[in-house]
Design a protein around this ligand. Sequence first.
Ligand SMILES: Nc1ncnc2c1ncn2[C@@H]1O[C@H](COP(=O)(O)OP(=O)(O)O)[C@@H](O)[C@H]1O
Ligand SMILES: [Mg+2]
Length: 227
Amino acid sequence: MILEARCVKKEYRRGGRSFLALDGISLSAGEGDFICIVGRSGSGKSTLLNILAGLLTPTSGSVCFEGREYGSLNDRDMSEIRSGPLGYIMQGHGVLPNFTVLQNTLLPHVMAGRSGDVTETAMRLLEQVGIAPLAAQYPSSLSGGELRRVSIARALLSSPRLLIADEPTSDLDEETAEEIMRVFDSIAKKGTALLMVTHDMDFAAYGTRSYRMASGQLFEIKPGGRN
Ligand SMILES: Nc1ncnc2c1ncn2[C@@H]1O[C@H](COP(=O)(O)OP(=O)(O)O)[C@@H](O)[C@H]1O
Ligand SMILES: [Mg+2]
């Protein structure tokens, strides 16, 4: 198993009151999985992803990445996981305006101070997400869907075993959103496990496994079943 979460709870406090944003979530992701989680705004999706990516500590429960429990790892181990085998595409595209598409794709490599030229790898990834001809362009000339493709290529640069994406289609029109889902589908078929959340219920069908999130809990959506 690549990722394994057990009985994760997250309690938030607001205005002197506390509430459970996550109420005992267990979830695992292995090779070949394309997991879709759908749920309304405020249902706890981002909270869950932040905990699974090790950016937020759960109130109780555990998360293991490749057999290593987050609670037992120090900051350096955690950042090594996040800059390598675990890719996280946060909400929004995060593409920087003063860098070209290719430079944006190379950014994690440069920021991490890694040696070696990975331009060829970056170009191959831009090819894979369908925007190689735009490599030398600046983000201002790109559409929303193209910007999202840049953020996906960038997240793939470290060859993650698991790619987590928070609402990767939220600001796109229906047709472009479907194109992006197909990009994710091809990534999953190439062997990267995927875990994405969306408030768009229609996209549950793309996953090899899908869940509905409500009241801080996950309910598996069975193909063809009622949910
Ligand atoms: N840091 C926080 N402190 C208190 N409440 C929070 C915090 N972050 C999120 N929440 C609340 O927790 C719930 C789940 O939020 P979130 O995980 O962002 O949901 P989603 O991503 O599904 O929209 C919401 O009610 C939100 O307002
Ligand atoms: Mg969210």
